[in-house]
Each structure stands twice: as C-alpha cells, then as structure tokens.
Design a protein around this ligand. Sequence first.
Ligand code: ADP
Ligand code: GLC
Length: 479
Amino acid sequence: MKILMVGSEIFPLIKTGGLADVMGALPAALTAIGLKVTTLIPGYPAVLAALPSSDVVHRYANLFAGDATLRAGRAEGLDLLVLDAPHLFARPGNPYLDPVGKDWHDNAQRFAALARVAADLGLGLVPSLTPDIVHAHDWQTGLVPVYLRYANKPAPPVVMTVHNLAYQGQFPAYLLGALGLPSDSFSLAGVEHYGAIGFLKAGLQHADAITTVSPSYAAEIATPEGGMGLDGLFRARADRVFGILNGLDTDIWDPATDNALAAHFDANRLALRAANKSMLARATGLAERPDALLLGLISRFTWQKGIDLVLAAIDTIISVNGQLVVLGTGEAALESALRDASAAYPGSVKAIIGFDEGLAHLIQGGADALLVPSRFEPCGLTQLAAQRYGAVPIVTRIGGLADTVIDANDAALSAHVATGIQFQPASEEGLRRALLRSARLFQDKPGWQSMQRNAMQLDVSWANPARHYAALYRSLRSA
Ligand code: ADP
Ligand code: GLC
C-alpha cells in the first residue's frame, strides 16, 4: 500500500513543534510494517539544502503565479517529494512567519499550492507515485480533500489528522477564485467557516477519515469547551473520527545512546542520571544541588502551554527546595517574564530563550521531573520523552497527557504502576498542589525511583500507533 504523507514541517529538516516530530518518525514506523511512504513537503531553504540530489518528477509552469519543480529525493532517511517553488517557499526561518513575526501575507496561496500538488499526485500526476491513500496533516493541508472532491475524478481516500485545533487556517472569502475553488464550495457543507475560508474546516468536512493524536482529545474536540468552533462538525462526523496516540522516535530519544547526555543510562542504571543533572546545572548556570527537586520545562510559550501558571507558582517551587529550568520560545511577554524570574532567583530558576535540540535532550536526561501544565494538549511529546528518560512528568489531566501518564494516586502507587503526577484543573492552585505533592513523593527516594522505572518501561514507540494507522488505511481502501 502506497501512502502519500503531506505536511508543512518535518524533523530534522524544519521544525516548530511536535508536528515535525510526527512527520519525521511515522513514515519509518509504517515502512517497518510493509507500507511504502513518501512525504510531500514545501521546499524551504533548509529542506532544499538537506537534499543531496534529487530527480525532477514534474514541472509546473504556473503554480499560484510562479513556476515550480517537484523533486524526489532522500534526506535523513526520509523519502521526500519536495515542492521547490521559490516564489512561495524560498524564505528562511520560521515556515509560517515573516521576519517581524507576522503570518506571511500569502500563506493561503503557499499552503494551497502544497495541497494542490498533493491532490494532483492523488489524481495520477506522476503515475509511478500515485498513492493508495493520502494522509494530510493540519490546516496547511486542509484543501487536499477539497481539490480531490472538486476534480470529480476517481481519487484515493484522504486521512486528515488534527494536531492542534488552535490553528485553523482562516482566510478571507475573496480568495476563493484565487485558490481555484468553485463558488459553490463556499457553503456550510464546503469550505465556508464563520464567513471565511477555513482550510482546516474544509479538510475535516471532506476527508474520508479524521484522526487526532489521542483518544481523550478526540472526545474533547466534540464538546463546546474543546471544539474551538468545530465541535458540531466533529459530532456530525463522529463515526469518522479516530484518536490515535502519537509515538516517539525511540532511536533519537534513547537515554542509552543519546550524545547530548554526560552519562548514558537505562532503567537499571538510574544512579547514572546524577551526572546529567550536574551537567544540566553547569550548562545552564543553575546552582549544583543534587538533593533539590530539579524541574524542567520544554515548550512553545503560548496560552495553551500554561507557562503563566508556572510563573505564578515559582514561589511554591522555591518553598519546596526546588529548581526550575525552562527552555522555549514564543510570546514576548512570557519570554520577558521568564527572564525576570531567572534574575529574581539566581541559581534556582533559569530560562533559556531559544530552540536547542541538544539542551532539550539534556533536560530530559538530567531533570528530576518535567512540567507540562497545559490548558489543552492534543497529545504532547515532551511527556513521552520525559517518561523514556526517567524525568517524572507533572501534567494536567487533559488530552494526550491524560492518556499517556499514570498518576501516582494511592491505587497506582500500591500497584506499582505510577509513572507521573497528574492534576486538574489547569490553574495556579492546581499546579501549586501538584508541586507540593511532587515534592512529598520526591522525598521517598525508592518510591520516586520506582515511578521512574515504570515510566521508562512504557512502550512509547511508534510501533503501536503505526499499526492503528495501517488498519485505518486498509479499512478506507476496502470501504
Ligand atoms: P507542540 O507540538 O504543541 O509544540 P509537543 O509536545 O507535541 O508540543 O512537541 C514539542 C516538540 O518540540 C518536542 O519535540 C519538544 O522537545 C520540542 N521543543 C519545543 N520547544 C523546544 C525548544 N525551545 N528547543 C528544543 N526543542 C523544543
Ligand atoms: C500539536 C499539539 C501537540 C501534539 C503535536 C504532534 O502541536 O499541540 O499536543 O503532540 O501537535 O501531534
């Protein structure tokens, strides 16, 4: 079975968040169980630079007002189709934002072009590459099933995966013609969404199956609280919506071989983590305090991630002899509040503002616990890595966090299955209570180590999720 993946970022070539991790790892897991996967991505400078050589498989004379070349090649073990369209993608840096941090003015055309090419491939543009299934990810690819539908030709089924409903790709209605959409598509049953063209909404409306990245999030998005305006659609299409948990690339995230660590370790050699805790303190300028509860946080700084809750609860962290290291980038107000907190608590709080893959690994391998106080979380990958690295996750009980962490309540502790600490609601008070509970658990060293070992023994790989996707693809082909 041939699968065409299409998405707007892919690890390790271009990444702003977990979407890239999924795009980078799921294909290999599917390949391992016999599927043939090719991934279509935009030819950003970083992607073209990583492509050592490529075959031109198609040339467009006019793709959204410029010429474009579709290139096939392999980079970093990935089978790629790269849409080399300089007028749309020859822009370094963040794939969505211009140099002043605003959405590129032509994002509608840029990602419509990506979707157009995926649809063309689905319709047989390059016969040897015609897929049996197209698997499209997030709003950037929402028009894929729309273009296929309006082509009125036999087309492969489309799976649309929602990684984050907070980003829906809303564009003005006057772009309808420019995007090559017929006027009758602008309806409730088509691409119209709250008076605009909704890329994600359009994709969800026309996809043959919808998946999201955890079972709990699949349930939450069908409610007014979690649906972000799309809950009615999810309820109407409930028989087509599936929650499939993300996995982790367990080759890249392996504490027994990770080059970013001072000491390699596994569940039977937990004592070796101490060297990573020291290295983390030295690398970030925290005081070296082996007995302190060292909390890590690796995140985009947005409302979703509850960074403001952590800022509000810093005094509780200090009061329990804790330390905090934060790695991330995002909203300017949160970046500056974190800088201020670092200055106010030297040696105890350190914020590193930036994107640093190596430091993210060192935090996972050196911190005692990882904070993920999200207000909503479709899946979340940092708590998966944390569990694999023996950093006990402290998470809100929502979305994928609820599905991947086993709370250290009395029942789980007595059955020796706890892997972390869950709390609710996502509030300052909830977080404070969770911090106090974590600090008490941390005092009981054998108990804490048993949580670390339980967590490290979980299967967080892509093996299971890949089987679920393969079964879904098969069901669509035989439908
Ligand atoms: P989201 O996709 O909502 O940002 P996830 O938890 O699914 O959240 O994925 C985030 C990914 O990005 C993880 O791989 C995490 O390690 C990584 N990450 C986030 N911020 C940074 C950063 N500042 N430096 C390095 N890696 C980061
Ligand atoms: C999104 C979500 C995150 C998820 C990631 C990959 O960005 O915020 O929860 O893990 O996509 O699916």
